[in-house]
Design a protein around this ligand. Structure first.
Ligand code: FAD
Length: 379
């Protein structure tokens, strides 16, 4: 059986690796000319952690993980208001947690990819036609290809979804009017001042997180409510000391609306969607990459022994039946997390701050660590 996967992201690579091991011939179509170096800090835990362990990816992920000593909550004047030892976060999750940059996950997945998997970089789908027996595609480089199965693992703005399901409009749902920015920069002075710690500032409708990276690097992440992309830098600068310092390192940031994708059904004939293309939980749920890997494993398991059309149909149906309820639960959790991520009311802000202050009390830190669920952003 031959599968074509659109998108060499987290979901696409994880699926390709596993399907190839199960004997499928697999080809990936990726729009970017090479693996993308841009990225952001990801808290990796939950179902994807378990799936990564089963797929043998954990040692490679651990080798690329970042490590920090402490999460410090600061105020506008840069004063430290609360401290949470990061070892407690990992401890609260029984060690089944790591913080890693997105390119680190991509590298680990690429390294594990069997040689038989071909990736066509700098290419995308132009047309898709499913005749019931095969899927026929025209690629942007002019080639025509056919497959038994086409998977759209091409992210929130999925090309496959656009070609087979229709325009983006109805499928991408912004959450809470929030805008996210993530960046990697170089700032030796800020790196030295952070000294192995993550700094976080929480305000009404705003959150800023800054962490040291490598020798002199800094990575940052901001969530802003009711701000247009053009106004994002100014809003970050207005946050105070940490915001002004972070601004110096912001070059070429990733900027996007915080959004979820809702698609029904996920499968049409021999075409199926995977990962953010159909099931983005938004970064508020903090599990998109984890769920992308776990979803890929689930889909691959359902397809492992499919040799005929009826088995393929049954496998795709089982994937959607089993995996959709988990995604819907995480999407609901993501929407609820707005109040903790970028508290909208004074009351929401004060209760979040009280939780972080309590983290300095002996014994309470463990509970807060468990509630926070991660350090790359406080949720
Ligand atoms: C700022 C931010 C912070 C996040 N933090 C976390 C976190 O802490 N924990 C967590 O688990 N998740 C986090 N996520 C979410 C996580 O990154 C995504 O949910 C996850 O990467 C989804 O994987 P995917 O493979 O479905 O999509 P992606 O990783 O987006 O991959 C899609 C791939 O498809 C390619 N593509 C796009 N269009 C086309 C096309 N037309 N043709 C061919 N290829 C195409 C893209 O280049 C890309 O390689 C965060 C996301 C953001 C934006």
């Amino acid at each position: 059986m031959h599968a074509i996967i659109s998108g060499a992201g987290v979901a696409g690579l994880a699926l390709a690796g596993r399907l190839a091991l199960d004997g499928w011939s697999v080809e990936i179509i990726e729009r970017a000319p090479a693996p993308r170096a841009s990225g952001y800090l990801i808290d990796f835990f939950g179902p994807g952690f378990d799936a990564a362990e089963r797929l043998g990816l954990l040692p490679a992920l651990r080798a690329r993980a970042e490590s920090f000593d402490e999460l410090r909550s600061v105020d506008a004047a840069g004063r430290v208001r609360a401290k949470l030892p990061i070892s407690l976060v990992a401890e609260a999750m029984a060690g089944r947690y790591l913080t890693i940059m997105r390119p680190g996950i991509i590298e680990a997945l690429m390294d594990a990819l069997p040689e038989s998997v071909r990736i066509r970089w700098g290419t995308q789908l132009e047309t898709v036609h499913d005749d019931g027996t095969s899927v026929h595609m025209l690629l942007s480089d002019g080639d025509r290809v056919r497959a038994d199965l086409l998977i759209g693992a091409d992210g929130v703005g999925s090309r496959v979804r656009q070609l087979v399901w229709g325009p983006h409009g109805g499928f991408v749902r912004p959450v809470g009017g929030l805008l996210a920015l993530a960046w990697i920069g170089d700032d030796a002075a800020l790196h030295a001042d952070l000294d192995g710690r993550v700094a976080m500032q929480l305000e009404q409708d705003r959150q800023l997180v800054v962490a040291p990276l490598g020798e002199t690097g800094v990575t940052g992440f901001a969530v802003l409510r009711g701000i247009a992309p053009e106004g994002a830098r100014e809003a970050i600068g207005e946050l105070g000391v940490l915001g002004r310092r972070a601004l110096r390192g912001i070059r070429d940031p990733y900027i996007d609306d915080v959004a979820q994708t809702v698609v029904d059904p996920w499968v049409r004939g021999r075409v199926a969607l995977l990962g953010d293309a159909c099931a983005a939980v938004s970064l508020l749920a903090g599990q998109g990459a984890s769920l992308a890997i776990a979803g890929a494993e689930r889909l691959a398991e359902e397809l492992a022994f499919a040799k005929h059309a009826s088995e393929l149909r049954a496998g795709l149906a089982a994937y959607e039946r089993e995996w959709r309820p988990i995604i819907e639960r995480e999407q609901a959790r993501g929407r609820r997390a707005q109040a903790t991520f970028a508290p909208h009311t004074r009351l929401e802000l004060e209760s979040q701050r009280a939780m972080w202050r309590a983290a300095t009390l002996p014994g309470v830190a463990r509970l807060v660590a468990k509630a926070a669920g991660g350090v790359s952003k406080a949720h």
